[in-house]
Design a protein around this ligand. Structure first.
Ligand code: BES
Ligand code: ZN
Ligand code: MN
Length: 503
């Protein structure tokens, strides 16, 4: 089952705009537009109505005017958009495309045709712009409606056409490729949004397993292995299994292999935290906003989304994705504070707080993935509330044992508009994992630097390879203005893998 919303994304030359049959023609107006021959011809057909409206109604960059049908022009609606400047930050460009997607659905349009123009942020080019339009429209026409019945709303927009001016030959081919890449990343984002938005009773580890297996029908290049609790027990994953112990829902570890590169190339490994619901366990969470803990599987959802994007694009990289899925509940069988378990690495762990469960799952997944002798390992997890306090909602937190890897993650965040920021992970931070009763404790450091102390714990399981940890607790979902998954960091990770920066 594919999770894309649009049925097609096309790139076309903007000739004969007046006769273009579309529900919404979006014209991004900037200083180059008045000299554009397709625009001039269109404006003439409207008897200068378009240029007059631009003058009288569009002021601030990013402002929008929706026009109903204009005589002489075939489009059912025209959306005039005042273009942004080269020094407008990337996030504003993306929010503009986002509002265009929303306008399309609100106006019940079946398709959007957009002429994004040739002005781009100053360090980006037209191909970047086309990729971002395609990605952002695909991922923002998405509407979650699966658990609505009488009030369900479906996205109306099913088709996107990107109109370019004067691109021919290899330039046009590249533009088409950029649109295809954006579309596939948008599909990955929607995969992650959808899994995150599903309520926890509709998204247990076994349900995720079914969905992952079903995905191989669309993408036969993805090979899926799934491990049940007995198999994980045999591998010695006592840390992972301590999390699902209190739940009726059994845990699953899914491994998705994608080999698009040379068979001699070592894979890049992605590891995602997939806690389908986090009550905190016996160290139970307070009830306000506990519903938001259905998004505690967004690390695993990102793995799922990125793997589908790679397969959709036939990308020439080797990647292995691990999804560690479990439900963290409290019951008479649940792990208790002070319990000591043995991890797959052989290190024993005193579980002082059952709400610090993500790191317990990741510890064993990170040990497991070492068997692939990966060139780099990146884990993604909604790991700490502390990262929301440290960085706010705009950046994911990166910590790494390899600076090159951290730099490339941050660069890819800038490139994709899905930003990340580094926090230190120093030797001094390691002291917090000491305890009298086991090799490690799962918490430490008190109220100080909770995000870094979680990473310090993980670093005890990642000595054999180059590794980065991305804490996405603040970025994978919003709680205001509406609670929703964002599909982050699918854009960042897809950009990183597709750009081949890690070769
Ligand atoms: N899933 C939570 C982290 C989280 C908090 C994600 C808010 C999204 C929004 C994680 O399992 C957790 O409970 N972490 C604890 C760690 C603490 C017990 C050391 C936290 O952040 O409070
Ligand atoms: Zn959690
Ligand atoms: Mn927790």
């Amino acid at each position: 089952m594919a999770y894309k919303v649009l049925n097609s994304v096309l790139v076309k030359d903007a000739a004969n705009l007046a006769s273009l049959s579309t529900d919404m023609l979006v014209l991004v107006i900037n200083k180059n537009t008045k000299n554009d021959s397709s625009f001039k011809e269109l404006n003439k057909k409207s008897k200068n109505y378009i240029s007059k409206t631009v003058q009288s109604h569009l002021d601030e960059p990013g402002s929008i005017v929706l026009l109903p049908k204009v005589d002489g022009i075939n489009a059912k609606n025209i959306l005039l958009v005042k273009g942004l400047d080269t020094d407008t930050p990337t996030h504003k460009w993306l929010s503009l495309f986002q509002s265009i997607a929303h306008k399309g659905n609100q106006s019940k349009c079946k398709d959007i045709s957009i002429m994004p123009g040739t002005i781009t942020p100053k360090d980006k080019d037209e191909l970047w712009l086309i990729e971002m339009v395609s990605k952002t429209i695909e991922s923002n026409v998405y509407i979650f409606s699966e658990t609505k019945n009488k009030t369900s709303k479906k996205p109306s927009v099913k088709k996107l056409t990107i109109l370019t001016s004067g691109l021919t030959g290899s330039k046009l081919t590249k533009a088409k490729q950029a649109a295809k890449v954006g579309y596939a990343i948008g599909e990955g984002v929607n995969t992650a949004k959808y899994l995150g938005d599903l309520p926890a009773n509709h998204c247990t580890p076994r349900i995720i397993e079914k969905k992952v297996k079903a995905m191989t029908k669309d993408f036969p290049k993805l090979k899926v292995k799934s491990f049940n609790e007995q198999q994980m027990e045999k591998m010695g994953m006592g840390s992972f299994l301590s999390v699902s112990r209190g739940s009726e829902e059994p845990a699953r570890m899914m491994v998705i292999e994608y080999k698009g590169g040379k068979s001699s190339d070592k894979p890049i490994a992605l590891v995602g935290k997939g806690v389908t619901f986090d009550t905190g366990g016996v160290s139970i969470k307070p009830s306000p906003a506990m519903d938001e803990m259905k998004w505690d599987m967004c690390g695993a959802a990102t793995v799922f989304g990125v793997m589908s994007t790679l397969a959709r694009l036939n990308a020439d990289v080797n990647v292995v994705g691990v999804m560690g899925c479990a439900e963290n509940m409290c019951s008479s069988k649940a792990t208790k504070p002070g319990d000591v378990v043995t991890s797959m690495s052989g290190q024993t762990i005193e579980i002082l707080n059952t709400d610090a469960e993500g790191r317990l799952i990741l510890a064993d997944c990170l040990t497991y993935v070492g068997k692939y002798k990966p060139s780099y390992v990146i884990d993604m997890a909604t790991l700490t509330g502390a990262v929301v306090i440290a960085l706010g909602r705009h950046a994911s937190g990166v910590m790494a044992n390899d600076q090159y890897l951290a730099d490339k993650i941050i660069e890819s965040g800038e490139e994709s508009g899905d930003r990340a920021w580094q926090l230190p992970l120093w030797d001094e931070h390691q002291s917090c994992t000491k305890t009298k009763y086991a090799d490690l404790a799962n918490i430490g450091g008190g109220r100080e630097a909770g995000t870094i102390h979680a990473a310090a714990f993980l670093s005890k399981f990642t000595n054999d390879y180059k590794w980065a940890h991305i804490d996405i607790a603040a970025t994978a979902s919003y709680s205001t203005p509406v609670k929703a998954g964002t599909g982050r960091p699918v854009p960042l990770i897809s950009q990183l893998l597709l750009s081949k920066k890690l070769k």
